[in-house]
Design a binder for this molecule. Sequence first.
Ligand SMILES: C[S@@+](CC[C@H](N)C(=O)[O-])C[C@H]1O[C@@H](n2cnc3c(N)ncnc32)[C@H](O)[C@@H]1O
Length: 199
Amino acid sequence: METIRGRTSLDLNLNELMERVANYDGITLDLGTGDGRFVRCMAKRHHDAFFIGMDACRENLRAHSRIKLPNALFVIASAQALPYELNGLADRLTVNFPWGSLLESLLNGSPSLINRLDAVTRPRAGMEVCLNAEALDSSGWSLESGAERIERALNAAGWKTRSHAFMDARALRSFPTTWAKRLAFGRDPRAIRLSLIKG
Ligand SMILES: C[S@@+](CC[C@H](N)C(=O)[O-])C[C@H]1O[C@@H](n2cnc3c(N)ncnc32)[C@H](O)[C@@H]1O
């Protein structure tokens, strides 16, 4: 699979990946990681866990992926075609403020995404999805109805809801992603955070 550090791409095979993640207590896969700030923050905060940020767009990842952290890795891939090397690896998935085809696939319960999410996660894996009002609005949904549709699609695919919580500007300000900060100071600082568990 293609990984990135700064401006450099590196192909990582399954054995090399297994070596990188060995001896860590839990692996988080952040889908649509954007500039990778979330992965960088989490990897710095939790030295005993491994964090993989994945995005289809390489340009945004240049800056944060340059920083060398033993427990962080950045992968260039589309969420609907997650590399097979990730199969059965993740204890936790995070999807923070998706837009574009990632958001559409969640809204439609698209099998290409849902099946890959199932394949890359371990039994009893957790999933956290943060959805913001503006992104859902541009897809033709209100915050609540869009979040409920995504929650239902994930429930139908075997992910049980643990919590469904509203995030206001204050919660967004303290959430460690670049997009959360932008939203917090934007014109519609509302989001919903879903927490689910693979049942
Ligand atoms: C609004 S940004 C959020 C970025 C980051 N999670 C944050 O909170 O700062 C949405 C990201 O989803 C990515 N994205 C959209 N569709 C995708 C797909 N199908 N596969 C992978 N990434 C996708 C975009 O490239 C973009 O970086």
